[in-house]
Ligand binder design. Structure first.
Ligand code: THG
Length: 366
């Protein structure tokens, strides 16, 4: 594949100079920005992530800021997740749906203040949906994309590295909670979260000018920890069942189909509620499942996904599949029709180089 040309439409990030210097070998585009795909290789990055600590430029997780007297009112309309018990320092993973229950995004919500929320978005122009709802209803809120760029620190040595830069208080941050911690003459929201199962933090870098100074501080402080630049890793995230909006599920899927029913518990009359509640009661007609695909780790890359069959009938689609060195199988996430998704069910996957047996698993691998 040829390269990507950055521009005002396909933006670099405050950390792009560091990412480039660290030797990113491929990028994808996410929220109109560059997101590295791998540095050494998927497998080498994965091994390092599970043993050491990595710094990830996830600036592409843009913040949609909703601020003003009607902020909570708008958030309650947009989110199927019950926000009433959300603590002042809490983050919530939450689907956002249209009026048919179709997923528009699956952000992490951050409560900045009683009248101020950030939605840390997956790939999609969620700002336009929020702005449309606000303007259309005359709500008293500002909806903007602030100059905030998340930097993730992930891996088993993340606590140690972060403690060296932000102090031992980082060790007290609980999962999906945050503290405001000082850096130079400012402070950042620092949460224990991130798109891996290896543990770690996300620093919401407020102000692009702080990007490279923070990047350099982390690398200086972590030399003896073998810190490296990294990025969300395909193998590790499929093993962990971390979903990629736009790939694993899209607007044609509900959160129930996407296995996110536990995040749809709001008592409010949120958008999409009737469809979501009906699917919760009756069960969806298809659902995302972990699937182990037999055979060697030589699946050809397929950006369109792999069709799944029972006998000769198509019963699903796998959007993400990759060889897992730790589990010695091809791990994957597939949207599978009702009646075919029970654990242990053996299906056939059209890999493009022939049919392969594949088994529906009970749980994701990590
Ligand atoms: N961090 C932040 N913003 C993000 C992501 C992130 N925006 C885009 C994308 N990732 C949104 N998607 C997800 C998907 C999964 C999780 C977070 C964001 C996640 N899930 C955990 C799990 O499934 O185990 C925990 C969910 C929970 O229990 O609340 O972390 O990564 N800032």
């Amino acid at each position: 594949m040829a390269g990507i040309v950055p521009s005002r439409r396909v933006r670099g990030t405050p950390f792009t100079p560091g990412v480039q210097a660290a030797g990113a070998k491929a990028y994808t585009v996410y929220n109109h920005m560059l997101l590295p795909s791998y540095f050494e290789s998927y497998e080498a990055d994965y091994r390092h992530l599970k043993e050491h600590v990595q710094v990830w430029d996830v600036s592409v997780e843009r913040q949609v800021s909703v601020k003003g007297p009607d902020a909570l009112r708008l958030m309650r309309q947009m989110s199927p997740r019950d926000m009433d018990k959300m603590a002042d320092d809490q983050c919530y993973y939450a689907p956002i749906c249209d009026h048919n229950g179709g997923m528009l995004n699956d952000p992490v919500l951050i409560k900045i203040a009683e009248d101020h929320y950030w939605m840390s978005i997956a790939d999609g122009d969620l700002l336009q949906w929020a702005l449309g709802l606000a303007v259309g209803q005359g709500l008293d809120v500002d909806v903007v994309e602030p100059d905030v760029s998340p930097l993730a620190v992930q891996g088993p040595k993340a606590d140690e590295l972060m403690a060296r830069v932000f102090g031992d208080v980082v060790r007290d941050i609980k999962f999906f909670r945050y503290k405001r911690l000082a850096f130079e003459d400012t402070e950042f929201v620092v949460a224990r979260s991130g798109w891996s199962k290896q543990g770690g933090f996300e620093i919401y870098v407020d102000g692009s000018d702080y990007g490279m100074p923070l990047w350099n501080r982390l690398f200086d402080a972590g030399q003896d920890l073998n810190v490296r630049a990294g990025c969300p890793n395909l193998i590790e995230r499929v093993e962990g069942g971390l979903l990629s909006y736009g790939s694993d599920m899209r607007r044609e899927n509900t959160p129930i189909e996407s296995g996110l029913a536990r995040f749809c518990n709001s008592p409010e009359g949120y958008i999409g509620k009737s469809v979501i509640e009906a699917q919760k009661a009756d069960g969806p007609n298809k659902m995302l499942r972990p699937i182990a695909i037999d055979g060697p780790g030589d699946l050809p890359h397929n950006a369109l996904g792999w069709d799944v069959y029972a006998d000769n009938k198509q019963v699903g689609l796998i959007a993400s599949a990759v060889w897992s060195p730790d589990f010695n199988t091809n791990v994957s996430i597939g949207m599978i029709d009702r009646g075919h998704w029970d654990p242990g069910t053996v299906l056939n996957v059209d890999t493009g180089t022939g049919m392969r047996p594949a088994t529906v698993k009970e749980k994701f691998w990590i």
